[in-house]
Design a protein around this ligand. Sequence first.
Ligand code: R5P
Length: 299
Amino acid sequence: MTLKLFALPGDERFACRLAEETGAELLAADVRRFPDGESYLRLDDPVDGDSVAVVARLARPDPKIPQLLFAAALLREQGASCLGLVAPYLPYMRQDDRFKPGEAVTSATFAGWVSSHFDWLVTVDPHLHRYPSLDAIYSIPSCVLTAAPQIAEWIDRHVESPVVVGPDSESEQWVRAVADVNGLPWRVLEKTRYGDREVRVTGYDLGAVRDRRPVIVDDICSSGATLAEAARVLKEAGLKPSRCAVVHGLFNDDARRKLRDAGIEVIACSDSVDVDEAVIELIPTLAPEVVQISGGDRS
Ligand code: R5P
């Protein structure tokens, strides 16, 4: 059975590349907004009995979530026999606990919505911190890929004599994985978060790597506060100006200005988010796993 792909608005080219790499067929559809902001969806190709995957890069997710769920409902109504979600950036993973009484644990609620609309999920480096795996909140089979080898390759091609640095303990999983590919030295700093956009990073044990070029590696750059603070610590410790490589470059608010002001020279991220800095391609990583989990043919 040939897999068919349905792209959310803005992700048509990404889905087209995934279709080329997997042998899947890109469905013709019209997804747009009415003047009042409500969504209109129309599917122009048949899917009766087909296996279908929705391709959705879900950075800044709130306007996209209704379209995602409407698309799932439409594809089911039209007869899709199996429905997957390819979401290289999986949002709503960071509120993974109730830190203050009355807070919504949105990670679990979002996971419930996705699990009740889709049969499988493929994603890249989700923010697994307090959850041991996606299975803790997602009840559908999921395939979790990592961009660590691609980030390691980017560092290898662009940075001479690097040391891989994580801004906080949560980043250690990515830092280790990236550093291990080419046997690079690595360090992890300590971060205390005071608010959505306020963090304080402290460093230690940087003497032995002082002559190396720091490459700060993290899963997400959102407000830019974490990377900027880490760069400040490294600069104060006498290291060269930092470069950064993150999986998901959200660059919210004035993140880019913050990163420039912190003296960060270069920042690279994957194309899980559609930004200018996205130089690390995920399609070659995603394609074989999408084929496998969907049971689709390379035809
Ligand atoms: C922490 O939970 C994440 O791994 C990132 O360090 C964090 O999301 C970055 O956020 P910001 O850019 O707003 O500091």
